[in-house]
Design a protein around this ligand. Structure first.
Ligand SMILES: NC(=O)c1ccc[n+]([C@@H]2O[C@H](COP(=O)([O-])OP(=O)(O)OC[C@H]3O[C@@H](n4cnc5c(N)ncnc54)[C@H](O)[C@@H]3O)[C@@H](O)[C@H]2O)c1
Ligand SMILES: CC(=O)N[C@@H]1[C@@H](OP(=O)(O)OP(=O)(O)OC[C@H]2O[C@@H](n3ccc(=O)[nH]c3=O)[C@H](O)[C@@H]2O)O[C@H](CO)[C@@H](O)[C@@H]1O
Length: 450
């Protein structure tokens, strides 16, 4: 890399006119750290584009599967084929040796889990990946963080760690935050350009290099922002907006009985004008995005965040609210909760995604169990949830069990397709406005419904 970008000694990726060819020919080898639901599709797309990608994961099973040309991520259209083809032609390799991968790469992309433990951001995986990268970081390299992090993480945590552990000066390498704006179930489509890629560097050269790289990957273009912290805030703001607006929908749903209306109908109607986008009430907010991102802001900075706290409290209470509606329905049909067996339908946090982090099913099941209910967990994608201390069934095993009630937490298609008439009269709570039980004699309460 020759020329420098005015205002910083850091050399960008050569000449803008020649960069696409150089990048496409694999002259800027890419390493992707974290090969999960988001990282593997990203690594495969980079491999398709450059022909020269090494993926890094700490899970030996993940690495072995990819080395065999197989994707371990279910439910991603096009991913199985893309992984198979890019591995077969040597464009994508996988390893558990993060340091060695870093030595071979010029562009290092981080997509490891950034989680929350007891309400605190858990960035250990990020720190570990950065440590690997630092061990192999060379002048002129660039680090792009894609996993969601608290604002200021790149400037206050990542850059100092890279400098201290690599021995390089800050202007000898690039660092940018380039958030993953991707939804499980459509990852390749989103990575390829459902929306513009947002990038923000710790300096202009880092922003410029990120722009040049992601312009080769994202057909919707690249939206550059002032700096890395602004880019981190963009990603977190997207999630905060969603958590607050889901909380509004959940709070409104609790007025359905008092108003005597179908709140979902009122929401859908209110949303027919462009200044209103009330989200959908449900049984709770799960996954490692939306319920986690508020904790990247709340309590991490001087200003308090009462709105974020309240929204989190409203959403965290929804599983309990739904469980208590089911207890009401059991009593309404003359069933004593302590004598009841209830199926909790859906253990993953949303349909089609085998992810159970922050699943609403767990607090909901625990509230039922506290009332003496025997709980059966049911899901088509997973048969185990950490901390879920109840029996777990495959959906079709339900027909062999004596049930008194059922609560829909996650609307996997299979639950709408069940033969509900095969069950004796049940107390049912539909937490996702997904069931049509009008032709049955079940006693049904629909969250947000009339
Ligand atoms: N899942 C989503 O819908 C989504 C969407 C946008 C952004 N994100 C962000 O991406 C992050 C990752 O999400 P995901 O769904 O891919 O998680 P995931 O749990 O599916 O995959 C994470 C992968 O990283 C690996 N890993 C953990 N520590 C590592 C390390 N030190 N080095 C290398 N690999 C390591 C794990 O073994 C796992 O394979 C999330 O925490 C979030 O910040 C997720
Ligand atoms: C790039 C990225 O980070 N993408 C994220 C990803 O987020 P995600 O995979 O976590 O999925 P979500 O759809 O946010 O669902 C989370 C939980 O909230 C419940 N929910 C949802 C909507 C609603 O109206 N009422 C609800 O109750 C739902 O059941 C589930 O438990 O995709 C979203 C676009 O879908 C993005 O916005 C979001 O940034």
């Amino acid at each position: 890399m020759s020329e420098t970008v005015p205002g910083t000694p850091y050399p960008p990726a050569g000449d803008e006119r020649t960069f696409p060819w150089a990048f496409g020919l694999g002259e800027y080898p890419v390493a992707v750290y974290g090969l999960g639901k988001m990282g593997l599709p990203l690594a495969a797309v980079f491999a398709e584009e450059t022909g020269n990608v090494v993926g890094v994961d700490i899970d030996e099973g993940v690495v072995a599967g990819i080395e065999a040309g197989e994707s371990h991520v279910a439910g991603e259209p096009g991913l199985d084929d893309l992984v198979s083809k890019t591995v077969e032609r040597g464009a994508l390799r996988a390893t558990t040796d993060g340091e060695r991968a870093a030595e071979s790469a010029r562009i290092h992309v981080v997509m490891v889990p950034t989680l929350v433990t007891d309400g605190e951001p858990e960035l250990g995986a990020l720190d570990a990946a950065i440590e690997d990268i630092a061990a192999g970081l060379d002048p002129g390299d660039a680090v792009f963080v894609e996993c969601t992090v608290p604002p200021r993480t790149c400037v206050d945590r990542v850059q100092p760690a890279l400098v201290s552990e690599s021995g390089l000066d800050p202007d000898e390498f690039g660092l940018a935050f380039c958030p993953e704006r991707t939804m499980s179930g459509r990852a390749i489509e989103d990575i390829r350009g459902s929306y513009p890629k947002v990038v923000g560097g710790v300096d202009p050269a880092s922003t410029e290099l990120a722009r040049r790289v992601y312009r080769e990957v994202n057909d919707a273009g690249v939206h550059t922002v002032r700096d890395a912290t602004t880019a981190e805030a963009v990603k977190v703001f997207e999630g905060l907006y969603r958590d607050v607006n889901i909380a509004l929908a959940n709070e409104l749903a609790q007025f359905a009985d008092a108003f005597g209306i179908d709140v979902t109908e009122a929401i859908e109607t209110a949303n027919t004008q462009p200044f209103c986008d009330i989200h959908t009430p449900g049984a709770g907010v799960g996954g490692h995005c939306i319920p986690y991102y508020p904790h990247f802001v709340m309590g991490e900075f001087e200003p308090d965040a009462p709105l974020l706290r309240t929204a989190r409290a409203v959403n965290d209470r929804m599983p309990v609210f739904v469980a208590e509606r089911l207890l009401d329905e059991l009593r309404a049909v003359g069933t004593t909760p302590a004598d009841a067996t209830v199926a909790v339908l859906g253990l993953t946090y949303r349909p089609g995604v085998a992810e159970v982090r922050a699943t609403p099913a767990k607090p909901l099941a625990d509230r039922l169990a506290d009332a003496g209910v025997t709980v059966l967990g049911v899901d088509p994608l997973v048969d185990y949830v950490p901390g879920f201390d109840h029996e777990v069934l495959d959906p079709y095993e339900l027909y062999d069990r004596e049930l008194d009630g059922a609560v829909l937490v996650t609307d996997h298609d299979v639950f709408s397709e069940l033969d509900w008439g095969a069950f004796d009269r049940l107390a049912v709570v539909d937490g996702r406005q997904a069931l049509d039980l009008a032709e049955t004699d079940h006693s049904v309460y629909t969250v947000g419904g009339g």
